[in-house]
Ligand binder design. Sequence first.
Ligand code: HEC
Ligand code: HEC
Length: 327
Amino acid sequence: MRRTLMRRTPCVALCAAVLCALFPLLAAHAQQIKEQPPNSPTWAFPLITEMNIPEGPEPQTLPGSSRSYTFAQIYDLLNPPDWFPDRHPASPEIILKGHGRAQACASCHLINGLGRPEMGGLTGLPAGYIVQQLADFKSGARIDAGGRMNNVAQDLSSQEATQAADWFASLESRAFTRVVETGSVPESFVGPRGGTRFAKPGGGMEPIGARIITLPEDAERVRRRDPFAGYVAHVPVGSLAAGRTLVETGGAGKTTACGACHGPGMRGLGNVPGLAGQHPIYTARQLYLFKDGRRNGPTAAMMKAAVERLTDEDIVAISGYLGSLTP
Ligand code: HEC
Ligand code: HEC
């Protein structure tokens, strides 16, 4: 029966064979581009826009800046705004001007490297660590569930990678997310343009559950990519104490104490990155990615034992606690 079909319709059979051969590749590609690990929570992976926000054509301004940009300019990933040119050192070109898939770093990590919560902060990370991560994104050893860094890394030259790494490593770290324990949070939605979460206009409150809900301190400034407009990360009551126990002691064998590798105050040690003051949803996402194996660069094996037995509640607690530490 099958043979007859193949003989009579060689074209159909050929197409089917080609599709079958391609399917695993296509599936792998899709997974690489926009899929979070199974059993990971969507709050840690804000990949899908839940509600749009109108963007008028009028020029926008920010208090304290003499510049103005339209939303189209603000969201130009190859040429993002530089609102306060006097408030940062001269940057390598790739920070503010992208090319091809190597989009300008400042459009997502902000010009001062403090980063949007869904991207992560880069200030003060060891330069050698940054270079290695860029290489891992390029090779696919580290998968960004949204695919953005895997794209960026493809067209980044090794010189640009080194320059960006040295520059971000030299920038001053400071608290950018305020971590607050609470039982309830404003109803919110994942907005357009990269996955920032905003409070619903006219929305009420809802129980926080076992989630971390990060919202802008000032939504309008965040929409304009003000690099000084910070965030508040809401975490469930009890997270900070529980997180501290896990981080400092390993929680009676549940995980390994983090400081041995991540250094005093979790501020980093050698090429091991600092964790203090990092956006909690970024940290949580990384713990899920290590657990799942999508983060699998040469030194990721050192994280295996630390994440293996963590529950969702542990990840919330650890990430909230680390975010509350002074960077
Ligand atoms: C379109 C948005 C976007 C742009 C542009 C972008 N990044 Fe990223 N970057 C991200 C996201 C999203 C993540 C988090 C990925 C994840 O969740 O694993 C990230 C993570 C990183 C990390 C990992 C940080 C860590 O602590 O391990 C490094 C390093 C990095 N980016 C460097 C850069 C550099 C250098 C540039 C400019 C050449 C750049 N990025 C441009 C979105 C972007
Ligand atoms: C044996 C050493 C070791 C221990 C113990 C350890 N880590 Fe790590 N951690 C690393 C290394 C090395 C990396 C960089 C991995 C890579 O290259 O992808 C890392 C990376 C991370 C990252 C990603 C940071 C970023 O900027 O993307 C997080 C989050 C993290 N560790 C959290 C923890 C927590 C929480 C603990 C304790 C519960 C812990 N680690 C214990 C060695 C360790």
